[in-house]
Ligand binder design. Structure first.
Ligand code: ZN
Length: 172
């Protein structure tokens, strides 16, 4: 069945430019759109809402407050560690984004805020928390998701480049 508008269960291909505080911080490459599964929280909620009902070729420009994007910045999500407890402290610099594993084996992304002689400060807020985001989007393709994609909650690509969805999220 052909899909003619964006609704839950549709795999959407987009070109987009993301602008924060007047500065472009991300864009899709020419001919390499981003795919996502609509209704599966693959993208920030405000962008997903803005795209509902849109059709192939539509262009959408939307500005999202933090609550509709990556949430407010939370000062509580910042942790100061003793430098001696951070095995690779010598390799860290302020601004780096690193993967941190907790005692139960869950991994989190953290931004290194500060490395001093005695301490390392890690920030677990998403890098875009607290930011107002502007997305300029063009809808370049629509198709119905298959059963496996719906079960996984993300699209599967036609080539190896898209396998990272499964590397990160699935046990198969
Ligand atoms: Zn999958």
């Amino acid at each position: 069945m052909a899909v003619d508008r964006i609704e839950d269960g549709v795999v959407v291909s987009l070109n987009y430019v993301l602008t924060v505080d007047g500065e472009e911080i991300a864009r899709t490459e020419e001919g390499e759109p981003m795919d996502y599964l609509h209704g599966a929280e693959n993208i920030v909620p405000g962008l997903e809402a803005a795209l509902t009902g849109k059709v192939l070729g539509d262009r959408v420009s939307v500005t999202l407050k933090p609550a509709d994007a990556y949430g407010d910045y939370d000062d509580e999500n910042v942790e100061e560690l003793d430098r001696e407890d951070v095995p690779n402290a010598d390799e860290l610099e302020a601004g780096m984004i690193i993967e941190v594993e907790d005692e139960e084996g869950f991994t989190y992304l953290a931004t290194v805020r500060e490395v001093s002689a005695d301490t390392v400060i890690l920030d677990y807020n998403p890098p875009l928390a607290g930011k107002t985001l502007t997305y300029d989007v063009e809808v370049t393709a629509l198709r119905e998701a298959d059963e496996e994609e719906l079960a996984h909650g993300h699209p599967h690509g036609m080539d190896d480049e898209d396998e990272d969805w499964d590397d990160e999220e699935d046990e198969e």
